[in-house]
Design a protein around this ligand. Structure first.
Ligand code: PNW
Length: 499
């Protein structure tokens, strides 16, 4: 009898195990790309020049392999293959971004490019025809040059320019696109750009540019959300948010808990609290901390902009879900006197005198900023829930870099370990996370790293004029997760036919 009990118990255990690895019904899987990183065709027909076109042409040495996105994956011509890959993987949705200057060559709606619109219509129609939903990012870092020349995200008029652009794309594509992201990673658009100068437009403005930009991206997002809400929602019934980059920050030891919380408010709160908190406005402690930092640096007053009451109300509540890009984690401690601090978000936290570290058990990747800490994604989402309430979270990016090669077992391990944590968020923490987006569908122009590091489920041959795409082992693994709606995938998952 004992053997029978053992068999029954192990069957029950196996059953539970399998069930624990299942995703809830209705949970959706996608993969993402961004226009400048994949499209190429930088100067076809009447496309306008954007800040990445100019930045890489003027400063080739800022990109590791001296490359650029002039051709990239040539998705402008290979869109049919891109749709085929999304279908092969069984994606529920594909996240793509729109190139502002491809649609509006001057940046303003006085002229709409027929070719640009045709490209996106082909792509969107092709996806819809295969039953794949579209999640569309309106802005993923490629600002039209004429707008940059007037100050870009530091000019307050950008909120109106962005709203006008948003109206054009909602009108053109809103009948088929039900998930929108206004702006990808405003912390990169503002903090990384103006503090480091290593992203377009390559213009440094320490202690100033990032703060002004911070306020303007929020206003731009809010106007675009309100526009949708007022003029398009009843017709199209879609949902709009933005995609924030969330670096999970923990205290290096107990005595740094307050510092860690302030650092999270600085990294996440500055781009979330005004939108997602009940009260709106800047996150607690941040205005004071930045004012103090400015005075210490010799400025006569804080360079951090305040909000009027009207602006607080304009921005507050402008979301239909929380869009989260998450990759990696850091520990924070007080900086030692005189210790060298690098700038956010790729380095330390100088405004708070915070030094960033990584834990010994977080393994390295091929990219200097990326350490693996799967638990970070779960802790990050628990923090969001605690801060902003029980909102719906969509993971809008998550993935890992490797060098070239089809046998990418480290990427498979990455997806497995991070998705396990997503399941724990759902099942143990009661977090309402409904979408998971792999970054990225295929290798592409990885900004400052050029083509040297690869995040793709599909490998792209950049030597081949056709930019042939080949599925990596991780593509089979991801396809199998999607097919089984579970992390419990058959051992022979590479037997699925992808191409
Ligand atoms: C994201 N960090 O950027 C972007 O949305 C993608 O375009 C990009 O290709 C992808 O991640 C991979 O790098 C990041 O602070 C921005 O560590 C900031 C960080 C990481 C990635």
């Amino acid at each position: 009898m004992a053997w029978l009990l053992a068999v029954v118990l192990s069957a029950v255990a196996a059953g539970c195990y399998a069930k624990d690895l299942d995703f809830p019904a209705g949970f959706k899987f996608g993969a993402a790309t961004a226009s400048y990183q994949v499209e190429g065709a930088w100067n076809v027909s009447d496309k306008g020049v954007n800040i990445w076109d100019k930045f890489v042409h003027d400063n080739p040495s800022v990109i590791k392999d001296l490359s650029n996105g002039d051709v990239a994956c040539d998705s402008y011509h290979n869109w049919e293959r891109d749709i085929e890959m999304a279908a092969e993987l069984g994606l529920d949705y594909y996240r793509l971004s729109l190139s502002w200057a491809r649609i509006l060559p001057t940046g303003l709606p006085n002229k709409i490019s027929e070719d640009g619109v045709k490209y996106y219509n082909n792509l969107i129609d092709g996806l819809v025809a295969k039953g794949i939903d579209c999640m569309v990012t309106i802005y993923h870092w490629d600002l039209p040059l004429p707008l940059q020349e007037l100050g870009g995200w530091t000019n307050p008029l950008i909120a109106d320019w962005f709203e006008d652009y948003a109206r054009v794309v909602y009108t053109l594509f809103g009948d088929r696109v039900k998930l929108w992201l206004t702006i990808n990673e405003p912390i990169v658009v503002c903090d990384a750009t103006y503090n480091s100068g290593v992203t377009a437009p390559g213009y440094l403005s320490p202690d100033l540019g990032a703060y002004i930009c911070n306020k303007h991206v929020l206003l731009a997002h809010a106007k675009a959300w309100r526009l949708y809400d007022k003029e398009f929602r009843s017709k199209f019934n879609g949902r709009v948010s933005l995609a924030n980059h969330l670096l999970w920050i923990e205290a290096a030891s107990d005595k740094y808990e307050d510092l860690a919380e302030l650092a999270r408010q600085n990294a996440v709160g500055r781009y979330s609290h005004p939108i997602f908190s009940k009260e709106g406005g800047w996150p607690p402690g941040i205005e004071e901390a930045i004012a103090k930092a400015c005075i210490e640096k010799g400025y006569p007053k804080s360079n951090f902009p305040s909000f009027t009451l009207e602006e607080i109300e304009l921005v507050r509540g402008t979301y239909d879900y929380y869009g989260m890009n998450h990759y990696t984690s850091r520990l924070i401690r007080d900086a030692l006197p005189g210790e060298n601090l690098t700038v956010w978000p790729f380095g330390d936290c100088p405004d708070l005198h915070g030094k960033m570290e990584t834990a010994e058990n977080w393994s390295e990747s091929v990219v200097y900023w990326f350490y693996l800490n799967p638990e970070g994604i779960r802790k990050q989402m628990a923090w969001l829930k605690q801060q902003y309430g029980d909102l719906e979270i969509m993971i809008t990016e998550n993935g890992m870099p490797t060098y070239a090669g089809l046998n990418d077992t480290t990427r498979i391990d990455f997806y497995k370990s991070y998705l396990e944590q997503v399941l724990l968020s759902i099942k143990e923490d009661g977090v309402n996370v409904t979408h998971y987006t792999a970054w990225t569908l295929m290798d592409n122009f990885e900004w400052g790293d050029g083509y040297t590091t690869k995040f793709g489920l599909y490998e792209v041959d950049f030597e081949d004029p056709k930019r042939t795409r080949t599925p990596r082992e991780s593509a089979y693994y991801y396809a199998s997760i999607i097919k089984n709606h579970s992390l419990d995938v058959p051992a022979n998952y590479t037997d699925i036919t992808l191409s």
